[in-house]
Design a protein. Structure first.
Length: 226
């Protein structure tokens, strides 16, 4: 339908790491890099795009790292979700300073009609990134509350980067809550570094970690939403 980096300097985006979503017959997605500006370390901060599957027409709706120091976020990697006509997602970098000066990531919203972007939350807003850092997976919504994971942050461990969290966030107020910090058990028996989407089944959250567990090769976990 469309091959990215057709435009000079890849202003239409490059390097897709998540599937698009369908909203009323239009596809919406993100690219991890590309767009105008240098981004974090070069390569551009990524774009949010729309695509008409009937014609293959692509449109960049928002270019990340458009603000100084990438306060609006940079490098979106998870799929978007649609909540009552507003799109929500995460960036693995940008936001407030931290994480080596690249920023520790954001939760953001975008109006698909206007392209207006808003940062709902910037990670590592708490000391030692106790609130989490570098989200890679897309969000889910349960009764108006957003849930997701971060690969880093939370309790110390994993080379002092933190072993990741499960978090909730109120999209209306931006209030974030850490539901669980991984590697809370000896030798990370409870798992470490989650990088995939959560699912919800009968009031429970389920997910995976890429590390930790009895054999240090990852876990499947269940968690109450609280």
């Amino acid at each position: 339908l469309y091959s990215f980096c057709q435009q000079q300097d890849c202003t239409d985006g490059q390097n897709l790491e998540a599937a698009p979503i369908d909203v009323k017959g239009t596809l919406y997605g993100t690219t991890a890099f590309g767009g105008i500006g240098g981004g974090l370390g070069g390569g551009g901060g990524g774009v949010m795009f729309s695509l008409d599957p009937a014609t293959g027409t692509e449109k960049s709706l928002y270019v990340f790292c458009s603000l100084a120091n990438c306060q609006d976020g940079a490098n979106p990697r998870g799929s978007l979700i649609d909540v009552n006509g507003t799109l929500y997602g995460v960036t693995s970098g940008g936001g407030d300073t931290g994480c080596g000066g690249y920023g520790c990531g954001t939760v953001f919203s975008i109006d698909p009609n206007t392209g207006a972007e808003k940062v709902i939350y910037s990670f590592c807003s708490q000391q030692n990134c106790a609130d989490g850092a570098t989200p890679f997976a897309g969000l889910i919504v349960v009764k108006g509350v957003l849930y997701g994971t971060t690969q880093n942050g939370g309790r110390t461990g994993c080379g002092n980067y933190g072993c990741g969290t499960v978090f909730s966030i109120d999209p209306n107020t931006g209030a974030e809550k850490v539901l669980y910090s991984f590697c809370s058990l000896t030798n990370c028996a409870d798992g470490a570094t989650p990088s995939a989407n959560l699912i919800t089944v009968k009031g429970m959250l389920y997910g995976t970690t890429s590390g930790g567990g009895s054999y240090a090769e990852g876990t499947v976990f269940a968690l109450t939403k609280r």
